[in-house]
Design a protein around this ligand. Structure first.
Ligand code: CA
Length: 230
């Protein structure tokens, strides 16, 4: 995931905060917004439930003691409706419920008030990260990058258009860096088994690929195959 970390940081986290104490609600909204998140604030149970149902949130920060409907009932209702948005509950230490009750109702994590903003932020980040759609890492070698998610290929930062076959070849090389790949191996892995192809076809396509990504990127290992430039 290291190569895609930069992309994750560009991902804007959308949060719903359900908190009826005006000062705490405002402070949370301000603090989380300052962290680059998009924050909606709801101030009672039913409003929070409606927002969680219809908003596309990455996580919900949910107070337990709320007017109209408790946080426990909000999270329980969401889970019965098969809404799995990550929920972090804020429980009061002297509340009538045990702190961990929220987990039984379907919350993912909880914090006891009063809590530190830094801790809240860390727990929220962990919660959101767990639920981010998996992004395949960008493959890179010798100035060539290939993004399996977007099929974008760049050479020294400039996008290059490849045919599907050239793309598949390059991806195979990038997934096997530092070792010699034989023509037979390429035929087995890049060409369809039903295709009538021979080692000459591999040579032809490696030639096409070299013209686009740079001759020096793919080294010929005489009698053995090809190797990606280290
Ligand atoms: Ca409250």
């Amino acid at each position: 995931m290291r190569a895609s970390a930069g992309r994750d940081s560009l991902y804007v986290v959308r949060l719903l905060v359900v908190e009826d104490e005006p000062r705490l609600g405002a402070a949370l909204k301000r603090g989380l917004t300052a962290e680059g998140m998009l924050v909606d604030l709801a101030t009672d149970g039913p409003e929070g439930l409606e927002a969680a149902r219809h908003g596309e949130y990455d996580a919900v920060v949910l107070d337990v003691m709320l007017p109209g409907m408790s946080g426990y009932n909000v999270v329980r209702t969401l889970r019965t409706e098969e809404n799995w948005v990550p929920v972090l509950m804020l429980s009061a230490k002297d509340g009538e419920y045990d702190q961990a009750d929220g987990l039984d109702y379907g919350a993912d994590d909880y914090l006891t008030k009063p809590f530190s903003f830094v801790v809240l932020l860390a727990r929220l980040r962990a919660l959101v990260r767990r639920n981010l759609p998996a992004r395949p890492a960008i493959l890179a070698s010798g100035g060539v990058t290939l993004d399996p998610a977007t099929h974008q290929v760049e050479v020294a930062g400039t996008p290059v258009a490849l045919t599907p076959r050239e793309y598949a070849l390059l991806e195979y090389f990038l997934r096997h860096p530092g070792r010699v790949v034989s023509k037979t191996e390429l035929l087995d892995n890049v060409w369809d088994a039903t295709e009538d192809a021979d080692p000459n076809a591999v040579e032809v396509y490696v030639g096409y690929l070299r013209r686009k990504v740079g001759r020096e990127v793919l080294l010929t290992v005489r009698g053995a195959g090809y190797r990606l430039r280290p």
